[in-house]
Design a protein around this ligand. Structure first.
Ligand SMILES: [Zn+2]
Length: 166
């Protein structure tokens, strides 16, 4: 991948690889202001990752990142509350499969089923706050179940059990 790529000159290969691409946002879902492409410098004061670009609503500070080397948004524009909700929901979910990437799609399929949405729509970047909460609760419950499977008898006290911590 060459460094001359920008959201205005995206990689065709990377663009073709993105499944279920959302259209570029033009209007902010919160305040209806215009949305534009911004460099991470403007948002965070520094660049993160290999593709430091985002869609930004300057009026209300809602933003969303892009798939690397494309101008395809990772999801819908998010204000601070939604960004936090997405982060909090994704954390326990990723514990369900990381670092075993072969289980990733299975977990997404289970989450989609739980949420009653098509798996193609099951992206944290697409979720609203309510869906994030549902996803987070589900993932935490899954983690609890798995912890339950690791329950071992406590030595010397038949019947009593001790939960292993992660
Ligand atoms: Zn806005």
């Amino acid at each position: 991948m060459t460094s001359d790529k920008t959201p205005w000159n995206p990689s065709r290969t990377a663009t073709a690889r993105v499944k279920n691409a959302l259209p570029a946002p033009t209007t902010c879902p919160y305040c209806s202001s215009d949305v534009r492409i911004a460099h991470h410098d403007e948002i965070y004061g520094r660049a993160y990752g290999q593709w430091p670009w985002a869609y930004l609503c300057e009026a209300c500070d809602a933003y969303v990142g892009m798939h690397p080397f494309t101008n395809i948004p990772l999801g819908s524009l998010a204000n601070a509350d939604l960004r936090l909700a997405r982060k909090e929901a994704k954390l326990p979910f990723e514990k369900l499969w990381r670092p075993y990437t072969q289980y990733r799609s299975k977990e997404y399929a289970s989450l989609a089923k739980h949420l009653g949405i098509p798996v193609e729509h099951c992206h944290f970047g697409w979720f609203d706050v309510e869906t994030c909460r549902k996803a987070e609760e589900w993932a935490l419950a899954q983690l609890d179940l798995r912890q339950g499977e690791k329950v071992v008898p406590r030595r010397g006290k038949p019947g009593s059990q001790r939960k292993l911590r992660w």
